[in-house]
Design a protein around this ligand. Structure first.
Ligand code: A3D
Length: 311
């Protein structure tokens, strides 16, 4: 039985951590692809992680490359290629340059690994996943954006920090676009089934929701150069694992909605069942009038960024 092949397009901050996480979980062999001019540094990163194997207790192979021929037949692809934000930049400021990068990536994936399950992180996420989908011509079940997993994780982390309770017991989801209009779903969040409003004041809950919406920007400001990478890599790894192990995990992800939540033809952060079929299902539930109003606002923001792609 051969191992699964996982290609990472972009071996920067997220790509590097993700390679290590995938290796430690032995999800498959990892190919890290970046621009041809940095093929050697990619080979160096991969070799360093090969040398970590005796300490890390894993046996999968890692390799680095600048040549798309090396991703031939990949089962899973995670695209992180593109520029990250610098302090003062919004995600939308990255649109033009990252759009060009995604076009090249889409063309090469179509050629070398058309049967892969593809996860994107490149920002502005909701527009980049749409652009990739339009250009790669792959089925909607196998194209998804990673954002909700991270945003939901941040929400859960802040609830755990504020209550002093275990993150293991916090269950919370963030819906909508990956930007300041995202919707931390306060009403459905619980700690082991106990609703948030039984544990925290309205003021505390509002503060957590606001911090969740701005968590990426908070990290960008503190880092001073680049954006968050550890938690995004872990979020991608969770999605890769759900697919390869057919786990039927429910993970908020940017999936193509065709009627779900009243959205038609846009990728939006919604609760997705991820298993061997890729995005197997989008789970729908009724929103309150207030939540629906927030959903309308986030959809407007996504549509406006997508329109800027001209696709
Ligand atoms: P970074 O460390 O700069 O890595 C990006 C890598 O992409 C670099 O190694 C580049 O050399 C490489 N690259 C650039 N152009 C190409 C190309 N044409 N082909 C192949 N590789 C290329 O960034 P990062 O890893 O920190 O972030 C990657 C992306 O994810 C950025 O766009 C971030 O804004 C985005 N991001 C998204 C989230 C979400 O939750 C959606 C979170 C964090 C970061």
């Amino acid at each position: 039985m051969s191992r699964k092949k996982i290609a990472l397009i972009g071996g920067g901050q997220i790509g590097s951590i993700l390679a290590l996480l995938i290796a430690q979980k032995e999800l498959g062999d990892v190919v890290i692809l970046d621009r041809p001019e940095v093929a050697d540094p990619m080979k160096g990163k991969a070799l360093d992680m090969m040398a970590l194997r005796p300490h890390g207790g894993y046996d999968v192979n890692l390799s680095g490359t600048g040549d798309y021929a090396d991703i031939e037949g990949a089962d899973v692809i995670v695209i992180t290629a593109g520029l990250p934000r610098k302090p003062g930049m919004t995600r939308d400021d990255l649109l033009e340059i990252n759009l060009g990068i995604i076009a090249t990536v889409a063309e090469n994936i179509k050629k070398h690994a058309p049967n892969a399950f593809v996860i994107l992180t490149t920002n502005p996420l909701d527009a980049m996943v749409y652009a990739f989908y339009k250009q790669a011509g792959m089925p909607k079940e196998r194209v998804v954006g990673m954002a909700g997993a991270l945003d939901s994780g941040r929400f859960e982390a802040f609830v755990a920090m504020e209550t002093g309770l275990s993150t293991e017991d916090v269950s919370a989801i963030v819906l909508g676009g990956h930007g300041p209009t995202m919707i931390p779903m306060v009403r459905t969040a619980t700690v082991a089934g106990v609703p948030l409003d039984a544990l925290l004041s309205k003021e505390q809950i509002d503060k957590i929701a606001d911090r969740t919406r701005e968590a990426g920007t908070e990290v960008v400001k503190l880092l001073g150069n680049g954006s968050a990478y550890n938690s995004p890599a872990a979020s991608c790894c969770e999605m890769v694992e759900a697919y390869l192990k057919d786990k039927k995990r429910v993970i908020s992800s940017a999936a193509l909605c065709e009627g779900e939540y009243g959205i038609d033809g846009y990728f939006m952060g919604v609760p997705c069942v991820i298993g061997a079929g890729g995005i197997e299902k989008i789970l729908e539930f009724e929103l309150t009038a207030e939540e629906q109003a927030m959903f309308d606002t986030t959809l407007e923001a996504v549509v406006s960024t997508v329109k800027e792609t001209g696709l």
